[in-house]
Structure formats: C-alpha cells, structure tokens
Design a protein. Structure first.
Length: 269
C-alpha cells in the first residue's frame, strides 16, 4: 500500500512539474534583460509542497530548477567568468526556484486552504525576488545593470516582473482553492453543502471571471513599467497605459462575474 502511494505521489508530482514547465513558457510579459510574468507557472510546484510536505516539495523544486536552467542556458553565455556562471546558476535558478517547494509551510489545522495557499504563494515569490535581487546587484552589475546604485536598480528591475508574477500566482492560488480541494489524498472539487451542480459551475465561472479580470489588468498596466530598449524601470510608463482598455476589461469582467454569481444563486433556490 505504501509503495502504491509513493508511486502515485511520484506520478502526480511529475505531472505537476510538467504543467509548471509548460506554463513557464506562456509569458504574459517578457522583459528584455531577463525576467518574465508567466501564467501561474509557480503554482503547480507550490501545490506539490502543499500536498506532500516541505521535504518532498523542496526536492521537486530542485528538479524544476534544473529544468528551468536547461531552458535558460543561453543566459549563461552573458556571464564573463566561471564564477559568474556558478553564481547565476545558484541564485537565479537553484535557490530562486527551489523555494517554490515551500508551498506547505502555512498548512495548519484550522487554517483554510485558501489562506494557506495564498500566503505560501506570496512568501515563495518574495523569497525568489530576494535571490534575483542579490544576483542582479552582484553578478549582473556592470553588465545588464549599472554599477552605480546597483542594489536600487536591481530592486526596481526585478520588481517590474516579480510583483505582477506574485499577484498572478496569488490570484491563481486563491481561485484554485475555491474550485478544488487539494489537501486530501486525491484532488477533487470543493465540497459545497446544499449547492447543486449548476450553481457550483456558476460559482466557478464567477470566480474565474474575477481572477482573469485581475490578471489581465495586471498585464495591461505592468508591461508599460519597463523600457523595452534599455530595460529601465519607468514609472512614467503609467501614462502610456490604455486606461480605457483597463476600465473596459474591469467592467466587463465584474459584470460577467456578478451575473454568473446571481445565476448560481438562482439555480440553488
């Protein structure tokens, strides 16, 4: 029985890592000097740690880090010395992605699944941000980051993609926690006492609309906060944001979300 559980855990983790890899290739924002906002690529790795514990999660994080390293090998060609190559591998890949395996650190009895997943998403993304900042102000100083005020520049540059990446991951974690029960032996739909199938489906659609609206707004705004030529953080980019598009997306998403919510309540009567 234990052997069978280990096999299932291994297969499930492999599938989640595969999903994470595919999602990492779907880039909502791709910045000129490294860094991107992906379609919740960190969430599947975070789930492994949440479901199977921190040691197993960290091991999965190592595997995911190696996969990301293989996908980003061209980045190492910009490193001037072997020491710089080693530092980039350790900071920008190994440590930055291994921390994603800490998805279960907030899982406690009495704490809701949603709270634990969102808190974990914010924490692991913050830790990843720290490692990228350290790499930026040391290895990349004088290369893609100016030597003067390297720390401040690294803080700003990495924030332009890690902040929206954190928001997207947290929103994805929140929606997932509302739709699926990922804390049990098997992943299944969240138990909804007294809610019929149509009402449950409408509830999922409503939450999906609110989540997708928030993610779309993040992308529409944050992609203008970095100069496409130099990679510089530019707060004045807010003036280039199509606020009309943001308003339309927000209005349509909120209206559709509320409509689905009301239909769901009506179906449940």
């Amino acid at each position: 029985m234990k052997k069978s559980q280990n096999v299932l855990r291994l297969v499930e983790s492999a599938l989640l890592l595969a999903v994470a890899t595919v999602l990492s290739m779907i880039k909502l924002i791709d910045l000129p000097y490294g860094g991107s906002v992906t379609a919740c690529s960190a969430l599947p790795v975070l789930l492994i740690g949440y479901r199977h514990g921190t040691p197993y999660g960290l091991f999965s994080g190592v595997v995911y880090a190696l996969v990301q390293l293989l996908l980003g090998l061209n980045t190492l060609s910009y490193c001037p010395t072997p020491l710089a190559v080693a530092a980039v591998i350790v900071l920008d890949y190994v440590l930055a992605f291994v921390v994603l395996g800490l998805g279960g650190i907030f899982r406690r009895e009495g704490r809701s699944q949603g709270q634990a997943l969102v808190a974990a998403a914010i924490t692991v993304c913050a830790l990843r941000y720290v490692f990228h900042v350290i790499s930026g102000c040391t290895v990349w100083a004088g290369l893609s980051i100016p030597t003067e005020a390297a720390l401040l520049y690294s803080l700003a540059y990495n924030a332009t993609y890690m902040l929206p990446e954190t928001l997207v991951t947290a929103l994805g974690a929140w929606y997932l926690s509302r739709a699926l029960d990922v804390g049990g032996g098997r992943i299944g739909r969240v138990a909804s006492v007294g809610v019929n199938g149509r009402a449950y489906a409408c509830s999922l659609v409503s939450k999906a609309m609110f989540t997708l609206t928030a993610i779309t707004d993040v992308v529409l705004v944050f992609r203008h906060l970095q100069d496409a030529e130099t990679g510089d953080f530019v707060i004045t980019g807010l003036a280039q944001v199509s606020w009309a598009a943001v308003g339309i997306v927000t209005a349509v998403g909120v209206v559709l979300g509320i409509a689905a919510m009301l239909i769901g309540k009506k179906c449940n009567r």
